[in-house]
Design a protein around this ligand. Structure first.
Ligand code: AMP
Ligand code: MG
Length: 334
């Protein structure tokens, strides 16, 4: 921990576990450290970083003003998987905010993340510790796969708990707006601060021409496996029949196929690599396994991937938002 703190103070990069996904940390107030983060990830420079803090006082240092609703949310959900967008103070360099006047801030609950921020005394800018465009890392092995040799240290904290990135809420407008769905869902936010809007782009199950997401990062093709991924929606019987038909004919043509199945439907699929993403009774399992399953598809060099749909439930919008992006919004209704 002490060594990691020293690296951060010198402008170096340390990957560390958080409760959502692994983060690639650098000093958020040092523009050179931010530039290194973008370079290591191959991240477009207009895609801002989230600043991680361990003390509510730091929230005031990094922002111009803190509205009442932001304080209420911090009180309820911090430390935890919620990021808030607020007007930035001058000390936050534009390299960290992708040129914006606002800054994204989160206080993570993972003990390693929390302790690293606290003991180093540094505000840590930390996007997901993956190569830009690849599925986010949910284990230290995933980080090493993408960034080994490009960063100074990886702290291995085992597999993360949640497995999907934090919920992002914009508090700079009249109405608080969800820019990215996550473990903290709309109903949980509304129970604390009243009505909350949702950026229409993230709800769409198709890409809408001319409509840009408010979180710059949400516009990029993201989370995607190399193979061609299609989500198949319908009754379980029809979904299985359709997928079995497609995988059988593709395998006959010499392609490698895979199925992303719930635990409940594993035995319904007959061809290709059938992967269990978790039980429908426990959505948290599906969220925690999703990125690892997408990476397995690359490892096995799968050409065509078919996935069940996981809409509904309290994590449904977060899971489907990531899965739809991974599938390039390719959905088949049967
Ligand atoms: P990552 O850290 O990889 O999970 O990505 C951070 C996400 O937060 C990206 O989608 C960014 O576009 C978004 N974000 C960070 N700062 C801001 C901001 N000031 N305004 C809107 N979105 C932001
Ligand atoms: Mg990311």
């Amino acid at each position: 921990m002490a060594e990691a703190g020293q690296i951060l103070k010198k402008g170096g990069l340390v990957a560390f576990p958080t409760e959502t996904v692994y983060g690639l940390g650098g000093d958020a107030l040092n523009p050179e450290a931010s530039a290194r983060i973008y370079a290591a990830k191959g991240r477009p420079s207009d895609n801002p970083l989230i600043v991680h803090i361990a003390d509510i006082k730091t929230l005031y240092k990094l922002t111009k003003s803190v509205p009442e609703k932001a304080l209420k949310l911090a009180d309820h959900f911090w430390p935890g998987p919620l990021t808030m967008i607020l007007p930035k103070a001058d000390i936050v360099p534009r390299q960290t905010t992708g040129g914006l006047d606002t800054v994204a801030i989160r206080m993570p609950s993972h003990p390693t993340a929390f302790e690293l921020i606290r003991s180093s005394g540094i505000c840590i800018a930390a996007p997901s510790a993956n190569t830009s465009g690849r599925p986010s890392p949910t284990s230290a092995d995933h980080v090493a796969e993408d960034l080994s040799g490009r960063i100074d240290m990886i702290i291995d904290g085992g597999r993360v708990e949640i497995g999907l990135e934090s919920t992002i809420v914009d508090l700079t407008g009249e109405m608080p707006m969800i820019l990215r769905p996550g473990y903290v869902n709309k109903a949980m936010l509304e129970a604390v601060i009243g009505e909350v809007g949702v950026d229409p782009v993230i709800l769409a199950d198709q890409e809408i021409k001319g409509l840009r997401p408010k979180a710059p990062g949400m516009k990029y093709k993201h989370y995607a496996p190399k193979g061609d991924l299609t989500i198949v929606e319908g009754t379980p019987d029809m979904v299985a029949e359709t997928i079995n038909h497609l995988t059988a004919s593709l395998e006959a043509e010499g392609y490698k196929t895979a199925v992303i199945s719930s635990a409940e439907h594993m035995s319904a699929y007959r061809t290709g690599m059938v992967v269990n993403v978790g039980s429908r009774e426990q959505e948290t399992q599906i969220a925690a396994n999703l990125y690892d399953v997408l990476r397995q598809m690359d490892e096995a060099q799968i050409d065509y991937i078919y996935s069940e749909s996981f809409a509904g439930g309290s994590l449904g919008s977060a899971i489907m938002n990531r899965l739809l992006k991974a599938a390039g919004h390719h959905v088949m209704r049967v």
